[in-house]
Design a protein around this ligand. Sequence first.
Ligand code: DGY
Length: 319
Amino acid sequence: MTKPMVYVTRQVANEAIAMLEAVADVEVWAEDRPIPRDVLLQKAEEASALLTMLTERIDEELLMRAKRLRIVANMAVGYDNIDVAAAKRHGVIVTNTPDVLTEATADLAFALLMAAGRRLVEANRFLLAGGWTSWNPHLMVGQNIYGATLGIVGMGRIGQAVARRAAGFGMRILYHNRSRRPDAERTTGAQYAPFDELLRESDYVVLLTPLTEETRNLMGEREFSLMKPTAVFVNVSRGGTVDEAALYRALVDKQIWAAGLDVFQQEPVPLDNPLLSLPNVVALPHIGSATYQTRLEMARLAAANIAAVLSGEEPVTPV
Ligand code: DGY
């Protein structure tokens, strides 16, 4: 009997490939750039399973052609690159990689919060440019973290992990979410707040919502205008949740104080994006889950989902 074919759209850990090879023939896009659309479409026609990254668009066009496809295992917790409704219509299972990346992503969110609040990147650039000529009581003065109010928008797994960190830093924690999170309230002291109240009261606003039609451009001119002039805005969700022109104006007009961004409307972010020209923006290339250990776990979980489905079992983490 011929084995099913699994197509993997980036090089991932050998361990994950070995898990797939136990149940299928495995092909990998081996180049260090996203797979071109035409190659993906062609491979999808032959594949029983795709192990994809967030750079691949899985839509009606692809699903129509992918007659043998049984599962798309996205190596990310977010899956806004996949038309899940279309996959369902075509009988294709979609899985993601929750849990395994929670702590690493929360660490990165907190690192961005601290870097933007305490001007770490700006201070490092200043030193390297030879600007440090004497100690100065006004040099690179930033915002307090201890005792400050943190507003978490999106209190899912990663939001709760950020709250645990914030509790250790002596912050007051507000959160906004579709549903209340009594467990997180108990363990971290976080208090639920209506969205506008959270924006008005927070010294740090961290956005952790998935990108959906409801959250697209969630942060716009009105929302930034509600924030404190000393507030720091951090986005570790998806670039589509923020109106970048409104964020730029809010920073330039000093409606808010600084921003830490791991995600952008267009990725990779073009170097002429005006946000990159501002000294009070810390910009990162979408590295929320980028630790060796976490990426290994993400690849293993994506492979486990495929192995389960191709063996006739239930997927581990369906969306
Ligand atoms: C995710 O998993 O959705 C992150 O954005 C990438 O690790």
